[in-house]
Design a binder for this molecule. Structure first.
Ligand code: ZN
Length: 221
């Protein structure tokens, strides 16, 4: 069962909540998907059953077409947020980590074409592996972080949080106008380009420069 941990592997005393996700928040990924730039943040959710520990072997569905990596900056909340102003949201963040937003890409294309919601392609069990979280006091500037994903030794994704279209404070404030965010919820903030299929046996290294490096493998199911 998933429990929040810090970057040293110590348990964090917060409940496990929902995962709120942002689509299309980096221009280079919007371009690679031939998607349109959204006027306001594109939001979707994953249930807590989607969460798992990124450092353990990762489970991907085997019979639903390509499962893609999307490496994203993740935020763990320590306080609830309801209709909060941008100026008031940063103090609600416990810390910062990395998440993989696993996406069944062929199924997503199908759902998009039919105008259907995305839960079937993005919110399945174990679809959101997360790292430990770095306490927010150790993060000098959440909009000046670099992160990257290597698969079998080759770099596949590299992101810089300065390039988010909607920045962290704006995202949290915006989400909290739509629904209440709770202590223990995780927010994932969108992927840069480099999404591609994962396969059983792939060796993965996810890094948040200066803070975290997670090595793991794709186990299959
Ligand atoms: Zn994503």
């Amino acid at each position: 069962m998933y429990l929040h941990q810090d970057n040293l592997g110590n348990p964090i005393d917060l409940p496990v909540g929902k995962v709120v996700c942002v689509g299309r928040n980096y221009l280079d990924h919007i371009d690679e998907m031939h998607s349109a730039v959204p006027e306001e943040p594109l939001l979707f959710m994953k249930p807590k059953a989607a969460l798992c520990d990124m450092s353990q072997p990762l489970v991907i569905p085997q019979d639903k077409g390509e499962c893609h990596n999307e490496l994203e900056l993740a935020l763990l909340l320590k306080q609830p947020l309801c209709k909060a102003d941008k100026e008031d949201v940063i103090s609600a963040i416990w810390g910062v980590g990395l998440a993989l937003d696993f996406t069944l890409r062929e199924l997503q294309k199908n759902l998009k074409e039919k105008g259907l919601p995305w839960e079937r392609c993005k919110s399945f069990d174990f679809s959101c592996p997360v790292s430990g979280f770095v306490p927010f006091s150790q993060i000098a500037d959440v909009q000046d972080l670099t992160f990257s994903l290597a698969v079998n030794g080759a770099q596949r994704q590299a992101g810089h949080t300065a390039l988010m279209l909607h920045k962290v404070a704006e995202l949290l404030s915006h989400m909290s106008q739509v629904f209440t965010l709770d202590a223990g919820d995780i927010i994932i903030t969108g992927t840069p380009k480099g999404v591609d299929a994962l396969h059983t046996g792939d060796e993965i290294e996810a890094k948040l420069d200066g803070h975290l490096a997670v090595s793991t493998t794709v186990a299959g199911q």
